[in-house]
Design a protein around this ligand. Structure first.
Ligand code: ATP
Ligand code: MG
Length: 227
């Protein structure tokens, strides 16, 4: 999957008559297998960018291509297919469904894919849990897990559908140093296996450990960082 944004602008209304423009003329290309870190101050547009890449949010102007296809040409149905098939999301606060077990949580992306039969779920979930070293946790209630364990479950949920791209929005923001390292190592491992990984982080140590770094400036542009 080649991700390409050309002159992308994203504008929001502030609820009155002023516009907020988190993305302004963003030109950004991500090749298959890249590992990219995006940093920048709070409120600058990092999550907005991930939401656009993951086809959750729409651009105001410019062009967004996936494998050279302009995403403007997608129907809503095609968009939701692309969203579920090609992208896995990891969020800062894991976004797990509380009081449900690990199996139920990791199965969520599978339920959106009508081609996957229920009888295939268990094997896929087992494999995803093995990948994050959580194979024994399938029947545990997520409320009983530590923050680091929950985040590993949220990675399992992101990869259960075998997406090409992992979008990780501050995945270690709520973790201590040891758990942070585990999560970063797992993202590195997924990248070594060919997944594209885009991570948004405030943590310059993490940003320094990945392939390419980008930083947002106050003009809403995304620039490759000098390292
Ligand atoms: N749905 C929305 N409606 C209006 N404004 C929005 C919306 N979503 C985001 N914004 C605004 O867009 C700007 C960028 O937000 P975004 O969430 O992308 O920042 P961020 O860089 O991810 O910040 P943080 O590091 O705090 O997560 C902010 O000013 C925010 O208030
Ligand atoms: Mg954010």
């Amino acid at each position: 999957m080649i991700i390409e944004l050309k002159g992308v602008k994203k504008e929001y209304s502030d609820g009155k008559n002023k516009k907020i423009t988190p993305l302004n003329n963003v030109n950004f290309r991500v090749n298959k297998g890249d590992f990219i870190a995006i940093t920048g101050p709070s409120g600058i547009g990092k999550s907005t960018l991930l939401n656009i890449i993951g086809c959750i949010d729409k651009i105001t102007s410019g062009q967004y291509f996936l494998n050279s296809i302009n995403t403007d040409d997608y129907t809503e149905r095609e968009k939701s297919h692309v969203r579920n098939k090609y992208f896995g999301y990891v969020l800062q606060n894991n976004g797990l469904i509380p009081y449900r077990n690990v199996y139920d949580n990791v199965s969520v992306p599978l339920m959106f894919d009508k081609k996957i039969r229920k009888c295939e779920y268990k094997e896929k979930i087992e494999k995803a849990l093995e990948d994050v070293n959580m194979a024994d946790y399938m029947h545990r209630n997520v409320n009983e897990l530590s923050g680091g364990e929950k985040q590993r479950i949220s990675i399992a949920r992101a990869i259960v559908n075998d997406p090409e791209v992992i979008l990780a929005d501050e995945p270690t923001g709520a973790l201590d140093v040891d758990n942070k390292d585990i999560i970063v190592e797992q993202l590195c491992k997924l990248n070594e296996r060919g997944k594209t990984v885009i991570i948004v982080t405030h943590d310059l140590d993490i940003a320094g450990r990945v392939g390419v770094q980008y930083v947002f400036n106050h003009a809403g542009q995304l620039l490759q960082a000098d390292v």
